[in-house]
Design a protein around this ligand. Structure first.
Ligand SMILES: [Zn+2]
Ligand SMILES: [Zn+2]
Length: 332
């Protein structure tokens, strides 16, 4: 994505009839977590690289605070949740907060803004009641993404327990169409990104082919592309550790999803072994992937358009800043 302006995009009240619902459900957060001052303000703008690099950021205290935190951590892109990740509880994305978020993003040149969908949403569910709830919740995710002028909405393709994989992929594609009825994502510049997964048991998206299948079914209907997670790719069994392996994996990714369609790369090292199907994120350079694959990905010109976003654990204070720095240092 070219740096500079936000193009023609303007923040405006989206879906006013629905917005009231967002305002009513306020996220309660501990007072301490509200304090931006936990991250000191930089005396001069943080060093940025030729790549878009960021991390998943807390929205505690209001969505606009995520932009301030991202800037103070040295990011030029960010990912947030717009609802509690493991509860059916949307955050407050009222118009004044979205407006402040938009202004801060413009001031700090923070783009793209990525929203990660709540983990409970399962658009491949074979339980009709749960499917209905998931479609409604995903529609809420889209509405909030539109309200806050997000660029991307990341979605795990779901779990097909009770059906077969092919039926699950079809169900997910159909549910995305259902959730987007009447909403103009293209006009607002919002794209849904299908994320590859660790591929455990019944989860869809454990191969690039499965991600590509959902994308292919929705092309021309909904703005759709991919998010590739390094930890998921590694534990799903792809070789991204040896130099030959990573080039082969990128070839396979290009032949299926297409590297142009990879808009976000979740940069996570892994705690578990390659092929283990165990999704446990680790600090950059401290896991079974190691630092070198991130250097290759960050400097591959075919991926220069992508946003590189860490979802690494914060086990000790400062881990978020250290992981952003670790990625930035690799850009040559
Ligand atoms: Zn991820
Ligand atoms: Zn993960």
């Amino acid at each position: 994505m070219p740096s500079g302006s936000f193009g023609n995009r303007r923040i405006s009240p989206v879906l006013p009839s629905k917005r009231g619902a967002f305002i009513l459900v306020l996220c309660r957060v501990p007072l301490l977590a509200n304090r931006i001052s936990a991250q000191s303000a930089p005396k001069r703008p943080p060093r940025v690289t030729s790549r878009r690099i960021g991390i998943h950021i807390s929205t505690a205290g209001g969505v606009h605070n995520a932009a301030e935190r991202a800037y103070r951590l040295g990011c030029n892109t960010l990912q947030i949740f717009s609802s509690s990740p493991r509860q059916w509880a949307p955050y407050d994305l009222s118009y004044p907060l979205c407006k402040r978020m938009f202004r801060l993003r413009a001031q700090y040149d923070l783009k793209p803004l990525v929203i990660h969908t709540n983990y409970l949403v399962n658009l491949a569910s074979t339980n009709q009641l749960f499917l209905k709830k998931s479609i409604e919740a995903f529609r809420g995710e889209i509405e909030r993404a539109l309200a806050v002028c997000a660029d991307y909405l990341v979605l795990h393709p779901g779990s097909f327990r009770g059906a077969d994989r092919e039926a699950g992929l079809l169900q997910t594609a159909a549910a995305i169409v259902a959730a987007t009825q009447g909403l103009d994502l293209a006009e607002a510049g919002l794209t849904i990104l299908i994320e590859n997964t660790a591929g455990s048991e019944f989860s869809l998206g454990g191969s690039f082919e499965q991600v590509a299948e959902v994308i292919d079914r929705l092309r021309g209907i909904v703005p759709i592309a991919a998010c590739i997670d390094t930890c998921h790719t590694h534990v799903a069994g792809y070789d991204i550790v040896t130099q030959e392996g990573i080039y082969q994996t990128l070839l396979r990714l290009d032949a299926t999803v297409g590297l142009n369609n990879v808009k976000v790369i979740h940069c996570n090292d892994a705690k578990a072994a390659r092929g283990s199907k165990l999704d446990r994120h680790q600090q950059i350079g401290k896991g079974t992937i190691g630092v070198e694959p991130f250097r290759i990905l960050l400097n591959d010109l075919r991926l220069a358009h992508a946003a590189f976003i860490a979802e690494t654990p914060v086990e000790t204070p400062g881990d978020d800043r250290r992981n952003v720095e670790a990625l930035k240092k690799l850009v040559t």
